[in-house]
Design a protein around this ligand. Structure first.
Ligand SMILES: C[S@@+](CC[C@H](N)C(=O)[O-])C[C@H]1O[C@@H](n2cnc3c(N)ncnc32)[C@H](O)[C@@H]1O
Length: 274
């Protein structure tokens, strides 16, 4: 049973069955599942695997690297990095069901030996200081109230010189955020900062910022393209809407509207532990 409201928000109880059922309905062979078969479903953020690919490349992973995914969801980004760069991955996530699904999917596509998944909080990482060569966190910080603990922990577990890529939704100046959205049904456990506040918080825990990217234009284009596909072909069989529960459509609509109306911004910050 979920024991906190963030975990309750993300848990549905039958997620593995929902994913495998949708894959089967889309004609995928479950007995011989390929990592790419999962691409449309397993990246729980806007722009899917394309966003993960850009974020991962910014870390310049090498096969000998140990990389940490903070808030790894059902493991899509970690599987992408493992299979693309050949490095060893660790994913942590607060939601037990997501961790269980991540492990089963790692197994299903033959990546279980390369990726370990642990249920843990980003604000209290169960790792020694300096354990990882690089780390990233993709669309997770919106759920975390204690940014100092979150960013401080990311800094602590990195080796000196290690890179940290943070992709998140930041507060915009276009008015109140509309809910429900994929990370919160009603604004409870939603803790957005402005870009400036996040940059200050990163500096306070000792990170040096290397670059800041505005992913808004690419994400707006993605939403537009998605709407055109749905108008032309109807609703897709596969998508990360499977992870969003009953009101997935409304959450997805608000996510696009919040961005398009400047209520939120999509940013990506690359920084380094000195
Ligand atoms: C929108 S999903 C993104 C998942 C994944 N990063 C991805 O992009 O596919 C947000 C994730 O953050 C996790 N999460 C939220 N708060 C967390 C915390 N304090 N510690 C660890 N994970 C957390 C949730 O359980 C959920 O899996």
């Amino acid at each position: 049973m979920p024991d906190n409201e963030v975990e309750t928000h993300y848990s549905r109880g039958d997620l593995y069955q929902a994913i495998t059922g949708a894959l089967e309905a889309a004609g995928k062979n479950l007995a011989n599942l390929q990592p790419e078969d999962l691409d449309p479903v397993e990246h729980f953020h806007g722009r899917g695997v394309a966003a993960t690919a850009e974020l991962a490349a910014s870390l310049e992973p090498l096969p000998e690297h140990e990389i940490l995914d903070i808030g790894s969801g059902i493991g899509g980004p970690a599987r992408y990095v493992a299979r693309t760069f050949g490095c060893r991955m660790t994913g942590i996530d607060l939601t037990q069901e997501f961790c269980q699904v991540a492990r089963r999917l790692n197994q299903a596509v033959g990546l279980a030996d390369q990726i370990r998944i642990e249920q843990a909080s980003a604000t209290a990482l169960p790792f020694n200081d300096g354990s990882f060569d690089a780390a990233y966190s993709q669309n997770v910080s919106m759920n975390i109230a204690d940014k100092a603990a979150f960013l401080g922990e990311a800094h602590r577990v990195l080796r000196p010189g290690g890179a940290f890529a943070l992709s998140e939704l930041a507060l915009g100046d276009g008015g109140e955020v509309l809910y429900p959205v994929p990370w919160s049904s009603d604004g409870v456990h939603s803790y957005l900062l402005t870009e400036q506040q996040t940059l200050e918080a990163l500096g306070q825990v000792g990170f040096s910022v290397v670059s800041v990217q505005d992913n808004g234009p690419a994400l707006r284009q993605f939403y537009q393209a998605q709407r055109e596909v749905v108008r032309r072909d109807g609703p897709p069989k596969l998508g990360n809407f499977i992870l969003m529960g009953e009101n997935a459509k409304e959450k997805a609509r608000n996510a696009a509207r919040n961005l398009e109306e400047g209520r939120v911004r999509a940013i990506e910050i690359l920084c380094r532990r000195d």
